[in-house]
Structure formats: C-alpha cells, structure tokens
Design a protein around this ligand. Sequence first.
Ligand code: GLN
Length: 555
Amino acid sequence: MTKFVFVTGGVVSSLGKGIASASLAAILESRGLKVTLIKLDPYLNVDPGTMSPFQHGEVFVTDDGAETDLDLGHYERFIETRMKKTNNFTTGQIYKSVLEKERHGDYLGKTVQVIPHVTNEIQDFIKRGAGFDTPQAVDVAIVEIGGTVGDIESLPFLEAVRQLSLRLGPNQAAFVHLTYVPWIAAAGELKTKPTQHTVQKLREIGIQPDALLCRADRMIPDDEREKISLFTNVAQWGVISMPDVDTIYKVPRVLHEQGLDGLICDKLRLNTPPANLKRWDDLVYETAHPQGAVNIVMVGKYVDLSDSYKSLNEALRHAGMKNHVRVKIDYIDSETISPDNVAQLARFDAVLVPGGFGVRGVEGKICAARFAREQKIPYLGICLGMQVATIEFARHVAGLKDANSTEFDPATPHPVIALITEWKDADGSIKTRSEDSDLGGTMRLGAQSSDVVPGTLAHQIYGNVVTERHRHRYEANVNYLDALRQAGLVISAKTQREHLTEIVELPQTVHPWFVGVQFHPEFKSTPWAGHPLFNAFVRAALQRHTSTTPEKALA
Ligand code: GLN
C-alpha cells in the first residue's frame, strides 16, 4: 500500500520546496524504499510547454514526452525513479479532464462542482502518479503542492489532499510544511510570526503538519523551535531548520541529521534499514575540492533567468565533478554578438549554444558557431545550437548562400533546417513552407533512439546507440545532407525509425571537438554518473584550458 507525504509551502515562494521534497525522497530511497515524487501546479495552463522560459524557467521533458515543471528535473537528479507524464499535473489538466467527463455525460446529470468533482479528480491523479493499487505502486509518494498556502488557486489541491489522507486512514499520510523564518537584522532576531500564521492558515483547512521545515539564513536555536512548536502544534522534534547551504547536495544530510526521515517513517509506520547518505557526502566533497577550473560560455537567449537553463547548468556541473574541475559558466545574450565583437569568445575554454525558439538572437548564435569552428574552440550545440551550426556550415563551408531554417526565414533559398512537412515530399522535391503554425502538439517530444556511425566522435562518446529526449519542431533537411557531407560535415547519428539527423560533428582531423545534437542530453544527466556527452565536452574544454594556459590548469 502506497503511503503519501504531502509537502506544502508557506509565507513566500522560492524557498526550495522542490529541493526539500527531492531531498526527503532521496533519504527515504537510501533507506531501501521505492519512492516517487509528484508535482501539482496550481495554474490553468494545461502544461508548461507554451509558457515563456523567462516566466517559468526551463520546461523539463520526460522520457514519455511530457513537458513538465522544472522541479521534475530535480527529482530525476535526486532519486532513481524516472519521472513520467503522470508525475506532474496542473489545475488546467484537472479541469480539462473534469469538463471532458461532463461533456461525455459521466456525471449523470449531477451539478458538477469543485467539491467533490474537482477534488476527487485531483485525488485520482495523485493516485495514478503513485501507481496506487497497481504492480508499479511505490512505497512512498512525495506530493509537492505548488504555490503558497493562502493562495486561492491552491485551495482545491489542499482540500483534496486533506480528504485523501482521511480516506487512506491513520498513518498512511504525513504532512510537511515549508516555511520562512526571517532574520531581522535591525532587531537582531529571528521572527517566527509568519510561520505561526501560515500554519494557522493550514490548520484552518484541517491540515495539521507533522513537520515544519524552517528556511532561514541560519539554524533555528532551540528556544525559537520550542516557541514555533507551541504555536503550531507541531512536536518540537518536527521543527526542523533548513539553513542556506552552498550546495544543494548538502540538503539531504542537513534534513537527515535533524531526524526528518525518522519522523516520517515513524508516522507512516515504515520499518526500514537506516539511511545511508555516503553518495551525497561524496558529492559534497567533490564540489568542495576541484583540482582546476574551466570557463564555458553559453551563448543563448534566456540568459537573464538562470532557471531557464536549469538542467543544462546542472549537467555541466556534473561533468565538472566527473573531471574534477569547477565549471564556471558565463552567459552572453546572443543578440549582442556580431562579427565585430565575436572575438570576445576566444578567452573561453568552450562555447555552448543551447536550445531556443524564435528568430531573435539567431544570427549571433550563428556567428558564435562560426567563430568556434574557425578558431577550433570546443563547441557543443544543443537542439537549436545544432541547427545554427548546420546553417553556419552550409553558408560558409558548403557555399549555400543565405542558407537558413524556415523558422527564421521562410523564404530562404536553402532551407537546410525545416519542418518535415516542408521537405519530405513523395518525389523528394523540396516543398515550401506550410501555413500551419499550431503552437501545441506538433513537436517531436520525448525519448527516441538513434544509431551512431562507427569511427565518429559521437561513437566514442555513446557507443552504437543513443537514446535521448527531444523537444523541437524543425529538422535537418534530408535534401541537403549530401551537399553538407561533401563539404565535410559528418552526420554521426540518425534516428532508427525515421532516419532524422540526430548528431552532426566535424572530423577530429579538422577540429578538436565540434558536436551538434538535435536532442536535449541535459535532461538525463545525474550527479552520480554525469553524462557521457557533457563529460566529453568538459574534458575537451579542459584540454584547451591546459594547452592555452598551462600555468592555470591546476590553480
Ligand atoms: N526552434 C527549434 C525547433 O523548434 C529548436 C528547438 C529547441 O532548441 N528546443 O526545432
């Protein structure tokens, strides 16, 4: 029987609820339990796929092709269980499903209401995410409820989990509430009032938390913990500090030392071996003791919000740990890059052009790809980064003047990148741009496998087969592959089913490390294994670093 831990948040957002939930899951997993995490988002978008990365940060993609909240990325980086479509749902999805049932007549003429119809639907979705009552059921599902207690939007979610806990019976569910305890410098005091209020709000709806995670810039002293305990009706050992830490890998240890997992296992009557956090301690040690550093520049569009490239940043960091170096990432807005100033990239050890949508800043990315190719600087192009590398190569090496993607220039004479519907015709002729520009549902999403060509750099990295996740619409146009190949571009992997171009590279005889991939490898990187492609990229950056600045290499 699956047990549940519901994680709510109070006072303010951005307290690290995702990391706290993932950390608790990681500790429980180390106690031998099968664990999963589910994220509930209280907004009306059906999924975050169409939301701006500036507003919402990265869209994380699962193997089964769901476009999800970036917290699912944390989840996959913290625990072994892989996330699926069912691990994240929004208010929009709940309402969509309820309304479809209503249209279908499933409610048999009843008045359809938030309670019980919406709240029941939420409970069904939660159970589905946990594999409840199926052979895939987990021991513990940790359910993170987005938003802050007191928001109108998250009320149905809170009501639903309260009901679910009641229906499951005693000791089947626990409640953890993340709160904020500000330090008021002028008074020289930690203030517990916001915590008292947020817990009051929670108890008003009938939820009594079993544990409070108190975010603060320091540990909460015992007398303040006692005060919080008295006011919130949470046992004192359940009032747990979550101080600022310099690396997220410390959080599982911090929570475990204060007994959070013990408390949860007690409440849920789970009898398990003790936690073993050695792998986390090793990570903390590794981050604190790099033997060198590399400086990578990311030339992208969403550089102002670091959450937009969350998984990418993490993947580079993981690869740094694998190579025992610290990876310093500089961000440059591609819109500011032009042939006049592109030489500024020469001071970096490697160039990365990440994924993106829309024409803005694209010429800057093409310029960066050209500079990296000509100056033999290690280059990794991801999704759009692969497409711009292909466009650049077509223009400046293969002699295809004004080559472009139809995403940026529908009238380009050489659509080397285009929608499949634009290039795949029965007689092989190149069709022109179709007028359909539906923003939902036309993407290549999720995991697909491709065969890798032996003898290539990609083959050294991946072996015979690569399986990675996708999120894009445009593809390398098959009609141009011969011309590009003849000019020296290596197509090193194609999808098994439709033979779409997955990896392009330059031969190592002409460039030390130049790779473009149509997929998003960053989604599969973990702190334990890193990721073969990023590991190799950082190694190439390190090689350039050592050869250009030998005295700095082991600084
Ligand atoms: N805009 C490009 C496409 O849709 C690339 C997308 C991406 O980088 N994720 O194909």
